[in-house]
Design a protein around this ligand. Structure first.
Ligand code: HEC
Length: 128
């Protein structure tokens, strides 16, 4: 007969096990890495408009574009790891661990929002 407390804990334990199994990473850790290393080119919101962007050709990718969002984790991790030839995108394999590269990707994924929230706030409503 199973102890009742153990039964209550099961869903939480399962979540931890499943998250560990699929290698879920921490977007919060990723945010700190992103702001320190990536935002200078890709911009704080990932739109490819960081302070270095105007000086680069090709321009840094917009990480929230449909094109980039549709790419698989594996594809994006390859670019983050090895850089992108003939662009300014550096290889990060020597300066970030694999966990950090996954964290930063997890953060990039949070920048893309499918929800109805507009990127620019609606103009204020007129008062009647
Ligand atoms: C010196 C500027 C620079 C920095 C710093 C930089 N990037 Fe990039 N990044 C680029 C450029 C340029 C490209 C290529 C754009 C293109 O392909 O047209 C790129 C491409 C990418 C792509 C591929 C997008 C796609 O659709 O294939 C990813 C993902 C990416 N960067 C993530 C990062 C991450 C994560 C960091 C920080 C760890 C970072 N970048 C730092 C300039 C930079």
């Amino acid at each position: 007969m199973m102890n009742r407390n153990l039964l209550l804990m099961l869903p939480g334990l399962m979540t931890i096990l499943v998250a560990g199994a699929v290698g879920a990473r921490s977007p919060e850790q990723g945010r700190m890495i992103y702001e320190a290393r990536c935002a200078v080119c890709h911009g704080n919101q990932g739109r490819g408009d960081g302070p270095e962007a105007p000086f680069l050709s090709p321009r840094p990718a917009s990480l929230i574009s449909a094109g980039t969002s549709a790419k698989s984790d594996a594809d994006l991790l390859t670019v983050i790891t090895n850089g992108k030839p003939r662009t300014a995108m550096p290889a990060w394999k020597d300066s970030l661990t694999e966990e950090q590269r996954r964290d930063v990707l997890a953060y990039i994924r949070t920048l893309v929002r499918f929800g109805p929230k507009p990127l620019t706030p609606a103009p204020p409503q007129e008062q009647h």
